[in-house]
Design a protein around this ligand. Structure first.
Ligand code: FAD
Length: 320
């Protein structure tokens, strides 16, 4: 992944898609059909998440391998430390290595369902930094390692008022630098809806000497309830103008989707205008909004996209 970003240089914008392991076999089949259509647009890479607490370990491994070898796209597998003794972590890493994958998103992970705090298991790692160090120690330079970055600080550091203290924010930055110094070569950010916060975060990272790409994680709004749930879980700041635009259309799914495409496009435009050359789309396994945003940005061709996409419908039902 880092090589692909470097090869693209200053001129070309690199985009990528994140997927998660679906719950049923039919849904897995549908996902592969969708992936095939999306990969036709030449993303630099695609990644697949690791269910909280290792709940999707086998399926994630299987999907990662099929993405790399059947869909033939540069693939990255997420791997978390939660509930993972070192042997299981090595089993996962060796499995993807044998199958030709070279990219890992190294994470601590969230607590499994029913638990509200991350607990280090015996013989396991305490944080993503431990996992990065382990991968570099055991596998040398074989893997490209990506880590998570939090423009608004990690949710654990965010207080009741929805903000991290300056001290907690800086502690988080210093810790992020430790992950990079230990061998991570790319950062992908947590979702955000205030682009100024992302741009400040990039600047703050540069100030403390983090030089690797800091890829913005963009999650198009697909439906109102999902958006509120996800931003609540991640403690993401929602700018007032976004809430004001969504409130009158929240029960109209098509209008919300169209607004999500409009907003995602504008966010990316602003980020790209500041010299960032990467866009990572949290697709939630859906193709239309992600592709519509890329098309609006002129990064993919319209001809390859189905004519029934929502941005073709009148979009003046929302206010911006
Ligand atoms: P860490 O980098 O270990 O940090 C966690 C927190 O602890 C931070 O606040 C950090 O500052 C603090 N901390 C840890 N160690 C130290 C230390 N030594 N010194 C100081 N501070 C420390 N979750 C999943 O379950 N599966 C996924 O596939 C998944 N994919 C994700 C992809 C992205 C791009 C992002 C942003 C998040 C993803 N998550 C995923 C969520 C992630 O697992 C949670 O946010 C988790 O709570 C933290 O993981 P981390 O790797 O950021 O943790």
């Amino acid at each position: 992944v880092i090589e692909k970003i470097r090869e693209a240089g200053e001129e070309k914008v690199v985009f990528s898609f994140e997927f998660f392991p679906p719950k049923t076999e039919d849904a897995v089949d549908n996902l592969f059909e969708r992936m095939e259509r999306m990969v036709a647009h030449n993303p630099a890479f695609c990644d697949i998440t690791w269910g909280a607490g290792g709940s999707t370990a086998d399926l994630t491994l299987d999907i990662a391998n099929r993405m790399q070898n059947m869909i033939c796209v540069e693939s990255m597998m997420h791997l978390t430390c939660t509930n993972m003794p070192v042997e299981k972590i090595d089993h996962a890493l060796q499995t993807i290595k044998v199958n030709g994958l070279q990219n890992v998103l190294a994470l601590r992970g969230d607590p499994p369902k029913g638990q509200d705090k991350f607990v280090q298991i015996q013989g396991g790692f305490a944080c993503a930094l431990d996992l990065v160090k382990h991968i570099r120690a055991q596998y040398g330079d074989y893997f490209g390692i990506t880590v998570a970055g939090y423009p608004e600080a990690h949710p654990d550091a965010i207080g009741e008022n929805g903000l991290a203290t300056l001290e907690a924010y800086h502690k988080d930055l210093v810790y992020l630098k430790q992950k990079v110094d230990a061998g991570a070569d790319v950062i992908i950010t947590q979702l955000f809806y205030d682009t100024d916060i992302y741009l400040k975060f990039v600047n703050d990272c540069r100030q403390i000497g983090i030089t690797c790409p800091i890829v913005p994680g963009i999650m198009p709004i697909n439906n109102y309830k999902g958006f509120i749930r996800m931003t609540g879980f991640c403690k993401t700041k929602i700018p007032t103008e976004i809430m004001a635009a969504l409130e009158p259309i929240k029960d109209n799914e098509e209008a919300v989707k169209a607004y999500g495409i409009h907003l995602g496009t504008e966010m990316c435009k602003k980020i790209l205008a500041h010299g960032i050359k990467t866009v990572h789309l949290y697709t939630l396994n859906m193709e239309k909004s992600a592709l519509a945003i890329l098309m609006n940005l002129g990064l993919i061709e319209e001809t390859k996209i189905s004519r029934s996409l929502p941005w073709r419908r009148p979009t003046n039902v929302f206010r911006v």
